[in-house]
Design a protein around this ligand. Structure first.
Ligand code: TYD
Length: 211
């Protein structure tokens, strides 16, 4: 392997993909004799980081669902042209924490926006470019949320239930995407202990990229 490729990391909140990525970066640097870039969405470059601040600002309660979607898409486009594509051109392996599938799972399945429209917008923003490989970290919603809430021992309230409902929809969206894109998406059981998830991830990467 010597040409630039893109590997995306996807999953619902609490799947642990960011912890896995921390271990995978040094592993890949050692295993593949090729420069590597690790980045994330939304953000990664100044313009996209500014958009991220608008999206995630807790003051922005008035934000419409479609506005939210379009901001994610805008951040994606800028990050792709300014950072990801130049790195691919230089022959780098680019690891991205979240990409197009997040919009389909969160804004489509989670928020109920039209998935076909989202797929079209993704296609428009990326000029149809797809990752070489997508690792989907699958975790049942109860486990994912429990990990997030780990240190807060308290009763489940109405907002928690809403969160559970949203989380379940997002997971369902990811499962459908994995079913529809078997050639690109590999599912990793992220309900296992972190060490096992990391070991499985390394195995999948080696298999898929044939080091
Ligand atoms: P972040 O703090 O980066 O969370 P994580 O570590 O889970 O990736 O926040 C990103 C949030 O944005 C996360 O909850 C998922 C969401 N998101 C979308 O809803 N749509 C998208 O297209 C993307 C890229 C992210």
């Amino acid at each position: 392997m010597s040409k630039g490729i893109i590997i995306t990391f996807e999953g619902p909140d609490g799947a642990g993909k960011t912890s896995v990525l921390e271990e995978i970066i040094p592993f890949m640097e050692k295993e593949f004799n090729q420069p590597l870039l690790s980045t994330r969405e939304p953000g990664g470059v100044a313009i996209a980081e500014s958009i991220r601040e608008i999206i995630l600002d807790v003051e922005n309660t008035a934000m419409d669902k479609k506005t939210e979607l379009l901001l994610y898409i805008a951040a994606r486009r800028q990050h792709l042209v300014e950072k990801v594509l130049p790195a691919v051109k230089e022959g780098k392996i680019v690891l991205i924490d979240r990409f197009t599938d997040s919009s389909v799972a969160y804004q489509g399945s989670g928020r109920g926006l039209d998935k076909e429209a989202i797929k079209w917008l993704n296609h428009y923003a990326t000029d149809g470019m797809e990752p070489t490989l997508t690792l989907y970290f699958d975790v049942p919603s109860e486990i994912g949320l429990a990990r997030i809430e780990q240190n807060k021992e308290r009763e489940v309230n109405r907002l928690d239930l809403e969160k559970l409902d949203m989380h379940q929809k997002v997971r369902q969206g990811y499962l459908e995407l994995a079913e529809e894109n078997k050639d690109r998406i590999v599912t990793i059981n992220a309900a296992q202990p972190l060490e096992k998830v990391i070991a499985d991830t390394k195995e999948v990467i080696l298999q898929q990229l044939e080091a």
